[in-house]
Design a binder for this molecule. Structure first.
Ligand SMILES: [Cu+2]
Length: 124
């Protein structure tokens, strides 16, 4: 069914829902800066992943995992939220060899909303 053929009241309701969804999404925590950045190439000296978010994080429920091309985790310990900056989460990495790595993050904002994401970077 084409959108335009729907009753006007339904279209208004759908529009209101889309607007509400946009406002909810705005309240969630999304990355503003990732180090290393998505798709970047870094050296073996890379020893951490640091992600800045646009909202404060709940440390107990937020995490970062980094895996190598074989799917093996290369994080040294659980990711931590910076006590002095609750919008910054980081994780220390084992010594990296050349290859592609995948970063997966889970961010639970102070309002309890959960967002997730993933990206990759390359070590040469
Ligand atoms: Cu939220």
């Amino acid at each position: 069914m084409k959108f335009a053929t729907l009753p006007r009241s339904f279209r208004l309701a759908a529009g209101a829902l889309a607007l509400a969804g946009a406002q909810l999404a705005w309240a969630h925590a999304y990355p503003t800066h990732q180090q290393p950045s998505a798709g970047s190439t870094v050296t073996t000296a890379q020893n951490a992943v640091v992600i800045d978010f646009d909202d404060a994080l709940e440390p107990a429920f937020s995490s970062i995992n980094v895996t190598d091309a074989a799917g093996k985790s290369v994080i040294r310990e659980k990711a931590t939220v910076d006590p002095a900056n609750s919008k910054r989460m980081s994780v220390a990495l084992d010594p990296l060899s050349a290859g592609q790595y995948a970063v997966t993050w889970i961010a639970v904002a102070a309002d309890g909303h959960r967002t997730t994401g993933h990206y990759s970077f390359t070590v040469k």
